[in-house]
Design a protein around this ligand. Sequence first.
Ligand SMILES: Cc1cc2nc3c(=O)[nH]c(=O)nc-3n(C[C@H](O)[C@H](O)[C@H](O)COP(=O)(O)OP(=O)(O)OC[C@H]3O[C@@H](n4cnc5c(N)ncnc54)[C@H](O)[C@@H]3O)c2cc1C
Length: 342
Amino acid sequence: MVTTTGKVTDPGDPYDGHVTDVTSSGSDVLARAGQSVVERLADPYPGPIPFSVEFFPPRDAEAEARLWRTARTFERMNPAFVSMTYGAGGTTRDRTVRIAGELATETTLLTVAHLTAVNHSIEEIRGLVGAYADKGITNLLALRGDPPGDPLGEWVKHPQGVQYAEELVTLINELGDFHTGVASFPEGHHRSPNLAADTGNLVRKLRAGAEYSVTQVFFDVEDFLRLRDRLVAADPEQGAKPLIPGLMPITSLATARRMTELSGSKIPAEVESRLAKAAGDGPDENRAQVRAVGIDLCTEMSERLISEGVPCLHFCSLNFAKATSEVLERIGIDTRGALVGA
Ligand SMILES: Cc1cc2nc3c(=O)[nH]c(=O)nc-3n(C[C@H](O)[C@H](O)[C@H](O)COP(=O)(O)OP(=O)(O)OC[C@H]3O[C@@H](n4cnc5c(N)ncnc54)[C@H](O)[C@@H]3O)c2cc1C
């Protein structure tokens, strides 16, 4: 995957990252204390739509410094929330909890922590939820996670753990006054036998108490709209909960191809052909042109989704602010805070 230093590194685990020391600053954390994502989405927002940003735990001090520049840049644009993904490795996990806690306590950003069941006993999950709560994080994205090393490999449940995200939602909500979200999949999850079964699973997670879902990154708005229709048809009450589309401005064709491959999703032929045309001879030959087309595509998708009345746009930033800021600016969000070259 692309790291915060801009290098392409081992893409085997898109949710594996490392962080070290942290910069700090004063902040108004009380403004967000105790607020849920759904409450936040009902707040007044600047521009045409609320937006949110996803970060992953950076690998080293340099990458962490960039993450902080990026986080501060977005902070000035008033996102509805930011989220921090959760990786597979032990030391990475400690750092993830630390940096998510720092985002929650040292910025005004409403912080959502992703939490997965991979290699965790129920006892450990309880401890992890408690560690987040100690840092004032009550918004958690409950995920099963993928097998470390090979996201498409065989899923093996921890002997004292949970099998599905649905159980994680129940477990977290039993532990206290938490607000959980879950993952959803416009193209269907790669392990689901069909779209109906996949929608059924999403309904189960929402009925278990999840308040909203965030989708996997997709590049065909029709896939998202069909998921929304299926969800509403399967259960109108659960279908009324926010279904937040996951977007990513493509800045490298090779990275986009790799990311979709790892998550079992696809780049539609029309999108692939626009990007390939811009790329020229090789996937990363004409980087500037690929980036320009990637930003055009993401802007077009955002505009269509706004016109379709989605509750929020969730951007996978890969810990960079620039490409997402360009999309935000083009859809009419005030990005004047985004002056730092993050
Ligand atoms: C927005 C978003 C954020 C993510 N963040 C992270 C992250 O931070 N870290 C990370 O490691 N991964 C992350 N992922 C990836 C995610 O963990 C994987 O896609 C994983 O394979 C599925 O997780 P889930 O929570 O949807 O699992 P589940 O909802 O448990 O579903 C897994 C599979 O089991 C099936 N299923 C569920 N319940 C049942 C049942 N009762 N009976 C039969 N089949 C069932 C589902 O249909 C699906 O095919 C994220 C994904 C998304 C969309």
